[in-house]
Design a protein around this ligand. Structure first.
Ligand code: GLN
Length: 478
């Protein structure tokens, strides 16, 4: 058929139900896009053509038999390669897990499989999700579909680029400090960072357990609602998923924004944020204001501490989570011939982890060590609480907040590789949202003069993803 891969989930699903094309047709066009573009983009690290084809054929049989199918049935999806997929290699893009094939599915995968997802393959990321550019992957960087000399963002860069390049209709990712929103913004698509606990983390390799969230990339707001509906909710295997009702997210589509109170955090429009980016975001805010939303400035004074809080807390949690990879219980055995057990551990971890991971393990163990725990880790926890409270205060005055996702446009491959601090600052506006544990949706906000995408984020109170969807859908349609 050709070009079916460019459809959104909702359009593809409609076509399937009306028998205009089959799930196999959809899949073939996606596979053709992967064949044509993955060589240069490096968005997928594993493609499960056989498994995907089997499910697509099974869905086509169901449709032919007149069975009722879900919206996601037969729709090709890519999965960030740190989410466990039974029988399909899950590497976290780390040498230490390069041959790992999980014996079970993550809860999100189970839920999507129950709706007949077509899992087309696994997408590239920064090793163990640590990075903002996808350059820290043992498979090499993902490139930006708008400019192959630039990064796709990270850590879920492969998931973002795959959607933009129409290699599949949607992808899953994770956002611990911005890893869905930053690449969504750099690649010009929609990216949902959910409330901490809204989506089960079971079966997803832990980066920083008190920050990690699972979300998704799509080509439209409606699709954001559809996928969220499928993956949200309590899971007995993840006790941080509370029993908060999952609303009907479709119910937030097609609503107006009249009377809605929209806060603009003044720190999100300050120094360091590029003028063109501020203007693009303000142009979208003007649309909302014209439609009757009430726009006001809000104050999140501790925004400037968020990156510091993050880079103390994250390495601490990461270093603890990565302890299990010792080459015995988990992870690859060393290739060398170790002389004793300690040497075995050192070799396994020395060979198995990349530079950024080693840097974070060293920082993490340092801030947790007896002499420094109070000065660093404990202090960071206290400042995190201040940030949580500032968000809660702001949400007493407004329904949602809007700001840029990134202070800068997609940077050049290699630009920040020798300057980790500069790379960390790309997340200056995404990290506070993770610290507060609230949801935010990255939404396309046009392009800059160089033709590179700009993204804005709509931030809502805990468990109110619906409000992000409402505002995003309004912007998409107006
Ligand atoms: N870029 C951030 C980091 O390097 C965010 C990563 C993430 O959200 N997984 O830690």
């Amino acid at each position: 058929m050709g070009k079916l891969n460019e459809l959104t989930i909702s359009a593809a699903s409609k076509g399937l139900k009306e028998k205009k094309f089959s799930s196999v047709d959809l899949l073939k066009d996606c596979l053709a896009a992967i064949e044509a573009k993955n060589g240069e983009l490096n968005a997928f690290v594993t493609v499960d053509e056989k498994g995907a084809m089997e499910t697509a054929e099974a869905v086509d049989k169901k449709i032919a038999a007149g069975e009722k199918i879900s919206v996601l049935a037969g729709i090709p999806c890519g999965v960030k390669d740190l989410i466990c997929t039974k029988g399909v290699r899950t590497t976290c893009c780390s040498p230490i897990l390069k041959d790992f094939v999980p014996p079970y599915d993550a809860t999100v995968i189970e839920k999507l499989k129950a709706q007949d997802m077509v899992m087309i393959g696994k997408t590239n990321l920064d090793e163990f999700a640590c990075g903002g550019s996808s350059e820290h992957s043992c498979f090499g960087p993902t490139k930006n579909p708008f400019d192959l000399g630039r990064v796709a963002g990270g850590s879920s860069g492969g998931s973002a680029a795959a959607v933009t390049a129409n290699m599949c209709m949607y992808t899953l990712g994770t956002d611990t400090g911005g890893s869905i929103r930053l690449p969504a913004s750099f690649c010009g698509n929609y990216g949902m960072k959910v409330t901490y606990g809204r989506v089960s983390r079971s079966g997803v390799n832990a980066m920083a357990s008190s920050w990690d969230t699972i979300g998704h990339f799509t080509k439209s707001t409606e699709d954001i609602a559809t996928v969220l509906q499928a993956i949200a909710g309590k899971d007995r295997r993840d006790l941080t998923t509370p029993d908060v009702k999952v609303p009907d997210y479709n119910g937030f589509l097609g609503k107006d924004v009249k009377g809605m109170k929209i806060g603009l955090p003044k720190q999100y429009f300050g120094e360091g944020v590029q003028k063109e980016i501020k203007e693009a975001v303000m142009a979208k805010v003007a649309i909302l204001e014209k439609a009757g939303a009430e726009v006001m400035e809000v104050d999140l004074p501790s925004t400037k501490y968020a990156v510091a809080v993050y880079y103390v807390s994250i390495p601490a949690e990461l270093s603890a989570n990565l302890e299990r990879f010792d080459g015995i219980r988990y992870g690859k055995k060393p290739a060398s011939d170790p002389k004793d057990l300690m040497d075995f551990y050192c070799e396994a971890r020395g060979e198995g982890f990349g530079d950024e991971i080693k840097r974070r393990i060293m920082i993490g163990t340092y801030v947790l060590s007896a002499g420094y725990y109070d000065a660093y880790y404990k202090k960071a926890q206290k400042v995190r609480t201040v940030i949580v409270n500032e968000f809660a205060d702001a949400f007493k005055k407004v329904d949602v907040m809007i700001g840029p996702v990134s202070p800068i446009p997609p940077f050049r491959i290699g630009e920040f590789m020798d300057d980790p601090l500069a790379m960390y600052m790309a997340d200056a506006l995404t990290i506070p949202v993770n610290a507060a544990g609230v949801p935010a949706l990255a939404v396309p906000a046009g392009k800059d003069k160089a033709g590179l995408p700009i993204g804005l984020q709509i931030i809502a109170p805990q468990f109110e993803e619906g409000k992000c969807i409402q505002v995003s859908d309004f912007l998409e349609k107006n």
